[in-house]
Design a protein around this ligand. Sequence first.
Ligand SMILES: *Cc1c(COP(=O)(O)O)cnc(C)c1O
Length: 476
Amino acid sequence: MAESTKAELYRKLPSVDELTRQAQLLSLAAAEGQVAVTSAARTVLARLREQIATGTLDEHTLGLAISGLPDAVERQLRRSLQYSLRAVINATGVILHTNLGRAPLSANVFEHIRSAAEGYSNLEFDLETGARGKRDVHVDRLFRQLFSAGLGGPDQGGEISTIVVNNNAAAVLLALNTLAEGGEVIVSRGELVEIGGSFRIPDVMAKSGAILREVGTTNRTRITDYERAIGEKTRSLLRVHRSNFQITGFTEQPSLQELVSLARARNLPLIEDLGSGALFDLRSLGISGEPGVIDSVASGVDVVTYSGDKLLGGPQAGLLTGKRDLIARIRANPLFRALRVDKLAYAALEATLLAYVKRDHDAIPIVRMMRINADEVRKRAASLIESVNGSGLRLEMVAGESVVGGGAAPSAVLPTFVIAMTSEQFSADELAARLRTSKTPIIARVEDGRVLLDLRTVFPEQDTVIASALANIAHN
Ligand SMILES: *Cc1c(COP(=O)(O)O)cnc(C)c1O
């Protein structure tokens, strides 16, 4: 389109002033405020100018766009007043889905957050003495109870303490900075992993001021490799959970016990970045090879780091559990002050840990989801299929696998049944898009031209929401 024609089109656009004086927008301003309406009008007009510039609007379509301006401004305003962070239904079957907010919190956790946050609290106040207190106490006492039970006696639990920072990436950074700044940390080449969200062990180590000393090869590292690398500058040994990837075939890795013995013999702290850090015995669900926090502490690891919102099932946080003197040094690092968490996180963690102490595992949503058996999922899926039957969608029950996710081993899967959905009218991608744009967005997996819905990660009260969304899609 010639520049002169475009100039004419621009001239046809009303000014912000003219537009907002239209009756519909005057009454909108009375309800929502003039500032909000003016801002929405600016956004909409800017969009039209851009469409003229790119040639998507010509003299024919512009007239229509101009007559629709008041409605467009109203829609824009409504959208801008909506929350961007919204609740969704996770029908992917990935229990700890990083993109969907990892661990959901239960109602009792939520109640505790509310009681601690809506008014004042004793976050750093000792109610007995009336003196200043430390925020750490609220969760450390519960961790001690859990560990003393798990370690077979209160004495051992007493030697162990736990502190909280913003996330596990921060926990690793803080541990390395405190225990190894300026010195070397020995890590196996097979553990120099990248976790989602650009967390790379070598990069975090560089930022901590510790020097990475790689030993072994990608697939095989022996205890003698660590032994030979220990020298004057060594400050610590580090073991990292490989999280989202696996090395199979011709592989070798020293046992945790061997690393503990070597660290003890050379008087070096052994740090283990567990990543997920389960407080719940996954072996009871048939998931093996996923080390728990208590296993690591019991094996004699000096400092264990793990996330609060992965297998622990609580809020985003990074936990450092370990020998009391080392944790005290880490606590005294000025970086701790920069990485500490707020009262909401303490409240959420305290309520989550209390469920573990009471052995009320079903009170923790992700643990409950892991414990549901495939037959229960099948029954719910069957009644959902039944309830939308007769619509234009083809729904079939198929055996499948739910994924634990959240940095647990990729092999950590649970048998399940999924609803496989196809339609004559829409492709699988179109169906998935329609589910995403439902009133409560529903997130599903697309595989081999089918949409798969796994109810393991869907809260039972959401089954009917899915059923009506499916009925809606079928009839539109
Ligand atoms: C997930 C993970 C991290 C990062 O934890 P965040 O809580 O996401 O910061 C670090 N190390 C390992 C091994 C992990 O699995």
